[in-house]
Design a protein around this ligand. Structure first.
Ligand code: KIV
Length: 294
C-alpha cells in the first residue's frame, strides 16, 4: 500500500507533513499564539502550525524587546497553547540565553519545551554560529526550526529591528546560512525581513520549507505575529504586516461602553440578575424582623 502524501484535515500536522506540503507545492500557514483561547481558534480555523514565539515578551508582557523573556515564561504560555491546539504542529521559541551558552543547556532547555511545555519542536535564531547547539538538540531527537534574517534576539548587534540581506555580501551569507541549517537537519526555516528575491532563491534551493515574515510570497509558507494581524498591539506594527482586524479599537469600544453602562446604571439590567422565589424572600424578611424584635 502506498503512503498518502496529503494528510486528512483532522490528522496531527508533523514536520514530515510540512515537507510533503512543500514538495506538493502547497503553501504552509503559521501564526503565533500565547494562550488557550487563541490556540483553540487557530486550530478550529485550520492553521498548519503555531509558534509560541518569544514575541510574547513584547506583545503580551510589555517588554521593549524579546531579550528579557525567560524559559519559565515561555513554558507557562506553551502549556496554555498546547491545551488549546491539537492538530497544528506546535513550535516553542527558544528564548535568549537558553541555547547560546552551551550545547548541553540547549538540549536541556529544548527538552523542557517538549517535556513540560507540550510542544512538538523548537525554534532557534541564528545561522552557522548556531550549528553546534542545533546539532546537539537534533541529536536528542528534538526537531529544530531555524530562523535567519532579522533575528530579534540580536537586535543590539543588528543596530535595531532592521531588514537584513540587502547587500550582495549579506545576501550570500544568508544563502550559506540557509544551506548549512538544512544540511544540519532543521525541518524548516523562518526567513524574517529579507528581500523577496533572496527569500525566493533560498526557498528554491532548499528542500525544507521556508516560512516567511516580511520575506515575500516566494516563501513556502507565511507566519505573522497574531497580535499584529488582529490589530491588538498598538505600539508598533511592521510594514510587512497585513492587519485583518482592529481588536485594540474593539476592546477600547467595549471597555468604554461597559464603563458608561455601569456609571449610568444600565448594567446589570434585569436579564443579568438572579431572582429569588417570592416566598423564600418573604421568609428572609420575616426572619430579619424577628431578629430585630428579639
Ligand atoms: O517570536 C516570534 O514571534 C517569531 C516570529 C516573528 C517568527 O520569532
Amino acid at each position: 500500500m502506498s503512503t498518502p502524501t496529503v494528510e486528512p484535515q483532522s490528522a496531527k500536522v508533523t514536520t514530515l507533513a510540512l515537507r510533503r506540503r512543500k514538495a506538493a507545492g502547497r503553501r504552509i500557514t503559521m501564526l503565533t499564539a500565547y494562550d488557550y483561547p487563541t490556540a483553540l481558534a487557530l486550530d478550529q480555523a485550520g492553521i498548519d502550525a503555531i509558534l509560541v514565539g518569544d514575541s510574547l515578551g513584547m506583545v503580551v508582557l510589555g517588554y521593549e524587546n524579546t531579550l528579557p523573556v525567560t524559559m519559565e515564561e515561555m513554558l507557562h504560555h506553551s502549556r496554555a497553547v498546547a491545551r488549546g491546539a491539537r492538530r497544528p504542529l506546535l513550535v516553542g521559541d527558544m528564548p535568549f540565553l537558553s541555547y547560546q551558552v552551551s550545547p548541553e543547556e540547549a538540549v536541556r532547555n529544548a527538552g523542557r519545551f517538549l517535556q513540560e511545555g507540550g510542544m512538538d519542536a523548537v525554534k532557534v535564531e541564528g545561522g552557522r554560529e548556531r550549528l553546534q547547539a542545533i546539532g546537539a538538540v537534533l541529536q536528542a531527537g528534538i526537531p529544530v526550526m531555524g530562523h535567519i534574517g532579522l533575528t530579534p534576539q540580536s537586535v543590539h548587534q543588528l543596530g535595531g529591528f532592521r531588514p537584513q540581506g540587502r547587500t550582495a555580501r549579506a545576501a550570500v551569507e544568508l544563502l550559506r546560512d540557509a544551506a548549512a541549517l538544512e544540511a544540519a537537519g532543521c525541518f524548516a526555516l523562518v526567513l524574517e525581513s529579507i528581500p523577496q528575491e533572496l527569500a525566493a532563491e533560498i526557498s528554491r534551493r532548499l528542500t525544507i520549507p521556508t516560512i516567511g515574515i516580511g520575506a515575500g510570497a516566494g516563501c513556502d509558507g507565511q507566519i505573522l505575529v497574531t497580535h499584529d494581524l488582529l490589530g491588538l498591539f498598538e505600539r508598533f506594527t511592521p510594514r510587512f504586516v497585513k492587519q485583518y482586524a482592529d481588536l485594540h479599537g474593539e476592546m477600547k469600544r467595549a471597555f468604554s461602553a461597559y464603563i458608561q453602562d455601569v456609571e449610568t446604571g444600565q448594567f446589570p439590567a434585569q436579564e443579568h440578575n438572579l431572582t429569588m422565589d417570592a416566598d423564600e424572600w418573604r421568609s428572609v424578611l420575616k426572619a430579619l424582623r424577628s431578629e430585630a424584635a428579639a
